[in-house]
Design a protein around this ligand. Structure first.
Ligand code: AMP
Length: 470
């Protein structure tokens, strides 16, 4: 399949070529032709599948005819977070570079006046987080009756963040005759309800089953000791064993405190590392991400909450310093490597406390992940399970296995183990400005972000998940 066969114009094809996209990704090949025909599309795809261009390109095609009228934007893209909105803005600027587009970005912190001026002149594309869009609408400066295409992106994340009532409200303000492009990585019941409500005879396209992991990711498990200092040494072994093979890596930890400890430890051992955690404000996060993108730092240490929704292209490795608490987080995390057909490697450190979590991950992704070095024995797994059930009700069993930790073998192999040594911009500028600007008044995204930041503090990831009270 080539981009030439999808029904795109020469101007668009030129921009696609300029962007260095050789051929369409699966979701692009499936979604672009029906979207150009004006059909509603339901796309089951995750970040990293190329789904942004899957809606940006057909929108560009539509914008080639007709013009925007004052205060009546033609297309609306709803994103759950400011970061995602800024990334979509960037994608429009990149892929729409041969079009004269007027784009308004309505996200928390951007001055209302500047955005209102763009809308007054007639915006072709409106990219917004739901709360901020409603704020603009309520000021009476925005008419949504001219919207021809609505994109709801990352719908399952919108659900997580409590945005569904806002979205239902927004959709009521749009013309019934619009085209709707709807993307979600998963399809919980509540999302299906929205699909039934908002989409008309949609063409369903799917890049890959939402719970599966890409074949381009080489996955490994590495047995690790419980003791944190010894576990950090194991991490260094994993990294050193890949000397030269890691162009950049995200190292995930489950707790904010661990993120900081790891960053300090990595720096002490002269690795080029930076941290991304929930205590950092938007500006600091984007700045750190930019450093990572520019290759100024090689290792980005992150918590799930802080990394959620960030597009980090071309990551060669994901290392789970902590086995994620939920299997879904595992799929999310490792989806940051092996993107758009590139090869990637995902290595997960597994302590005896994590055997159960690994079993859940393997069940979800439908395959066994090979161990690098020696796998734990049946006996070790059983012992860990027994210990876990004994420890239940007494809080986390941390440190209970010291014999294999600091005071024992310092992270070296267990007795009898044959384990060998581990084998060897512009949108962003805008967003940066945004982050420096005054804080958004009522943007739900910010509220949710604050909640996330608060709950990021030393809590297991599953406790940080917002509860859907609907
Ligand atoms: P997305 O899933 O939209 O966040 O895209 C993930 C990354 O893949 C982005 O950095 C895009 O620039 C890149 N990308 C999108 N489409 C293609 C393509 N056809 N070929 C190569 N890279 C792509």
């Amino acid at each position: 399949m080539s981009f030439e066969n999808l029904g795109l114009s020469d101007r668009i094809l030129q921009a696609v070529k300029d962007a260095g996209f050789a051929e369409p990704t699966e979701i692009q090949a499936q979604a672009i032709p029906p979207a150009i025909e004006g059909k509603d599309v339901l796309g089951l795809a995750q970040t990293g599948s190329g789904k942004t261009a899957a809606f940006v390109l057909p929108i560009l095609k539509r914008l080639e005819t007709g013009r925007a009228r004052a205060r009546m934007p033609r297309t609306l893209i709803l994103e759950p977070t400011r970061e995602l909105a800024a990334q979509v803005h960037e994608a429009f600027e990149q892929l729409g570079r041969h079009h004269k587009l007027k784009i308004a970005l309505l996200i928390g912190g951007v001055s209302f006046d500047v955005q209102s001026r763009i809308i007054d002149r007639g915006a072709d594309v409106l990219i917004a987080t739901p709360g901020r869009l409603i704020d603009h609408f309520e000021r009476g400066k925005l008419l949504l009756t001219g919207i021809e295409v609505l994109v709801i992106d990352e719908a399952d994340r919108m659900l997580d963040m409590g945005f569904i009532p806002d979205i239902e409200r927004i959709v009521k303000m749009l013309p019934f005759t619009r085209q709707t492009l709807f993307f979600s990585a998963t399809m919980p019941k509540e999302i299906q309800r929205l699909v039934d409500q908002f989409l008309h005879l949609p063409v369903r396209v799917e890049a890959q089953p939402p719970s599966s992991t890409a074949d381009t990711i080489d996955q490994k498990l590495v047995l690790a000791p419980l003791d944190e200092a010894a576990k950090r040494e194991r991490l260094r072994e994993v990294i050193r064993a890949r000397e030269g093979g890691i162009s950049n890596a995200i190292i995930f930890a489950n707790r904010k405190k661990t993120v900081e400890v790891l960053r300090k430890s990595m720096e002490k051992h002269e690795f080029s590392a930076g941290a991304l955690h929930g205590d950092m404000d938007q500006y600091q996060r984007l700045e750190m991400l930019q450093k990572f993108r520019d290759g100024e730092i090689t290792y980005l240490i992150a918590s799930d909450v802080a990394a959620r929704g960030l597009d980090i292209p071309a990551v060669s490795h994901v290392i789970n310093y902590d086995t994620p608490v939920t299997a879904e987080d595992y799929v999310h995390r490792i989806g940051r490597t092996g993107r758009a057909g590139r090869k990637g490697e995902a290595v997960t450190l597994v302590t005896p406390d994590d055997f159960k979590a690994v079993a859940a991950i393997e069940k979800l992704i439908g395959k066994n992940i090979p161990w690098e070095g020696e796998a734990p024995t049946e006996e070790e797994i059983e012992r860990a399970a027994r210990k876990k059930s004994r420890g239940r009700g007494r809080g986390p069993a941390r440190g209970g296995d010291r014999g294999r930790g600091k005071s024992g073998r310092g992270g070296q192999r267990a007795k009898g183990s044959k384990r060998g040594k581990a084998r060897p911009k512009e949108g962003a500028d805008e967003a940066r400005k945004v982050a420096r600007g005054p804080k958004d008044r009522t943007d739900n995204a910010r509220k949710a972000g604050d909640k996330a930041r608060f709950s990021d503090d030393n809590m297991p990831a599953f406790l940080a998940r917002p509860v859907n009270r609907d």
